[in-house]
Design a protein around this ligand. Structure first.
Ligand code: AMP
Ligand code: GLY
Length: 426
């Protein structure tokens, strides 16, 4: 079967790497792909916002299965369009992708179906939002309702900061995504990422991870897309997984079906494990990046039947095996990220750096220029390893990373610190 993966990040590189190992995969295409994917897939320039163009590409290349990596094409309805043309597609409909596309929608769903989450209010009027904030006090969380490339959440330490965030968001800082905002109680606890596949009815747990969103060591500084992740997340023990499925995932899946928008795809719950138990911070309607890279290292089964089953109604027939080992993914980003950074800088010694059996380097913002690999994005490389425990996975990932010759890039040196401390204390 010919397969098309949509996207260009480390997430899509790791998904493609796993799909390419499937006996079901013949020609694997990726649009647009990146500088590291040429040896496992055929990279193709395809305007994925031109849905008819994607359909006709699928027809020309006999593509029978499409995997949509990022949220934007989902929210724009690419999955609906391909499904209407009878092309099996992994990724929810636009109506279901609203779980990520509108934070206010998700909060209302939580409220209606009793899903534990932070207390909140929805506002499009700055005065009303500020009055609400004044009654709640700081710290408090202000969120643009729509997609804001991971930048639409402000943790306000003071009321003044909260008021500024309200003015900025409603004043157009994030364009249409900020026409409305959510004000949310600040939750205290440990964060975890939890993934399930679902066909709208059946639920298949698909791994746990923790990522590091802040740019600086010790989880300080501005938020990024994610500077590293590891899987599994120690805080998600069997009891916490079961509670999350029963208290958060099941009511969401049945609630979305009851609302007439069954969710089919991967549901990524960003959780805060508070002293009361798991609470939902947000939903994403796609795999996490960099979490996916760690998950793919641990997945032993063929991923293709599991992803395809989400589009049908027999996900209950699928089971998958996971390695008991720990996977870690350390992100290398361009100096300056998440602010401005230089492009087209040269990265050297990648082949040797990635030569260990338990290490894979997934690319993100790179391009191939002849034999050279150039950095073109903010997050550029994902150095990913699999080992007996997080401490070993961390050592192996950094040993590989230190062989890379890229003076224009940096990484955090403390990815996995919580898990490493846990292992030291065991
Ligand atoms: P989000 O984009 O919704 O995942 O938010 C980005 C980050 O902001 C999360 O990973 C959390 O670290 C933090 N955050 C969001 N909402 C809350 C909340 N209600 N309480 C505490 N931290 C939050
Ligand atoms: N790593 C968090 C995300 O993908 O949203």
């Amino acid at each position: 079967m010919n397969i098309l993966v949509i996207g260009s990040g480390g997430r899509e590189h790791s998904l493609s790497w796993k799909i390419a190992q499937s006996p079901l995969s013949d020609d694997l295409y990726v649009a647009p792909g990146n500088g590291g994917m040429g040896d496992i897939a055929i990279c193709t320039d395809l305007d994925t916002s031109d849905h008819d163009g994607v359909v006709s590409f699928c027809r020309t290349k006999n593509i029978e299965f499409v995997v949509i990596g990022p949220e934007a094409p989902l929210v724009e309805g690419l999955s609906d369009c391909l499904t209407a043309e009878n092309i099996t597609t992994f990724g929810p409909s636009a109506a279901a992708a609203i779980l990520e596309g509108s934070k206010g929608f998700t909060k209302d769903l939580c409220s209606k179906y009793n899903i534990p989450t932070a207390a909140y209010g929805r506002f499009s009027d700055a005065h009303a939002a500020k009055e609400f904030v004044a009654t709640k006090g700081a710290p408090i969380v202000i969120k643009a309702d729509g997609l804001a490339a991971g930048k639409g959440v402000i943790i306000a330490e003071t009321l003044a900061e909260a008021n500024t965030a309200i003015d900025d968001i409603l004043g157009g800082q994030f364009g249409e995504a900020g026409a409305e905002l959510v004000v949310e109680e600040f939750l205290i606890g440990e964060e975890a990422s939890f993934f399930v596949l679902t066909d709208g009815v059946n639920i298949l747990p698909f791994g746990t991870a923790q990522d590091h969103k802040r740019v600086g060591e010790g989880d300080t500084g501005p938020n990024t897309g994610g500077m590293g992740a590891y899987s599994p997340a120690p805080v998600m023990d069997a009891e916490m997984v079961e509670r999350t499925i029963n208290e958060i995932i099941k009511p969401t899946v049945t609630g979305m079906a009851a609302e007439g928008h069954p969710f089919k795809g991967v549901l990524f719950a960003g959780l805060m494990i508070t002293e009361k138990g798991p609470e939902l911070i947000e939903y994403n309607v796609r795999f996490g990046d960099p979490e996916c890279q760690a998950l793919m290292m641990r997945l032993e089964s063929d991923i293709v039947p599991a992803l395809m089953a989400c589009a049908g109604d027999n996900l209950n027939k699928i089971s998958v095996q996971w390695s008991d080992k720990a996977a870690m993914n350390v992100v290398m980003a361009a100096n300056g990220y998440p602010g401005s950074y230089e492009k087209n800088t040269l990265i050297g010694n990648l082949e040797q750096a990635g030569s260990a059996d338990n290490v894979v380097i997934f690319h993100a913002g790179t391009k191939k220029d002849g034999e050279d690999i150039l950095a073109t994005g903010g997050r550029v490389l994902n150095i990913t390893s699999l080992a007996d425990n997080v401490t070993q996975a961390k050592n192996d990932a950094y040993a590989a990373l230190d062989k890379i010759n890229w003076p224009d890039g940096f990484c955090r040196r403390d990815i996995g610190w919580r898990a490493v401390i846990r292992e030291e204390n065991d």
